[in-house]
Design a protein around this ligand. Structure first.
Ligand SMILES: [Fe+2]
Ligand SMILES: [Fe+2]
Length: 235
């Protein structure tokens, strides 16, 4: 059975050629492309802030550039123009937060934003997208996800190694950054739903990956629950 047949089994109503699908796709494709651009820019800045890891961080930036090109190919094959304007606005608050922290030389919030939050947003979104993706986009997204796990692992390892000295800073940064991540997911929700991606699934995926990353760094289960609740959307 081909992946496309699997997709159709998931939701027989998805019509990849319909205008409704293409409009929603152009917006989500815009978010994917812009998100990869943010990641690229962030790793370049992090390479300046963490010179001892410059080689790895510049390599990560190059990988993000490759991801961006992959998603641009997906859009071209689908015959759509990515809606970058809207996507720029979706990421604006997170970008401003990263830039402000970087300008003050605050490494913890910068690394948290890119290596944990943006990577977890990417992993959650692409994972939730896989079951409804067209065959070409699915192959691109699957390859990208593997790289994002590597990037997430870099951030986890760095935080884990200095856990005691950065623990309080991570908690403080997480408290202010997590609501921004939740807002990004919510803003994607309507278009994601048109592609067959349930917002609740997207939020759950993000919460699980972010929570697992915090536990890997050294936070207790209870601490992680408290930190995740900080950014939770009111039920
Ligand atoms: Fe990426
Ligand atoms: Fe990444």
């Amino acid at each position: 059975m081909s992946p496309l047949q699997v997709n159709l089994a998931v939701d027989p109503n998805l019509d990849y050629d319909s205008t409704a699908y293409k409009v929603a796709y152009s917006r989500l494709n815009g978010v994917f492309i812009t998100g990869e651009q943010e990641a690229y820019n962030n790793y370049l800045r992090l390479a300046e802030m963490l010179p001892q890891h410059r080689t790895s961080l510049l390599a990560a930036a190059r990988v993000e550039r490759r991801h961006q090109r992959g998603f641009q190919s997906c859009g071209r094959r689908m015959g759509i123009k990515a809606d970058r304007g809207w996507a720029e606005d979706v990421f604006a608050e997170l970008r401003d937060r990263f830039t402000a922290a970087a300008d003050r030389g605050q490494l913890v919030p910068c690394l948290l934003i890119q290596a944990l939050v943006v990577e977890c947003l990417a992993i959650a979104t692409y994972n939730a997208y896989l079951p409804v993706a067209d065959e070409f986009s699915r192959e691109v997204a699957e390859a990208v996800i593997q790289d994002e796990y590597q990037h997430l692992n870099f951030g986890q390892t760095w935080f884990q190694e200095q856990f005691e000295t950065v623990k309080a800073d991570i908690q403080a940064a997480s408290q202010s950054i997590l609501p921004i991540a939740r807002t990004i997911l919510t803003r994607m929700g309507q278009d994601a739903a048109r592609l067959g991606i349930d917002l609740e699934t997207l939020e759950e995926e993000f919460t699980i990956h972010y929570g697992e990353a915090l536990e890997a760094i050294g936070f207790s289960f209870q601490e992680v629950s408290g930190m995740s609740a900080d950014g939770a959307i009111a039920a």
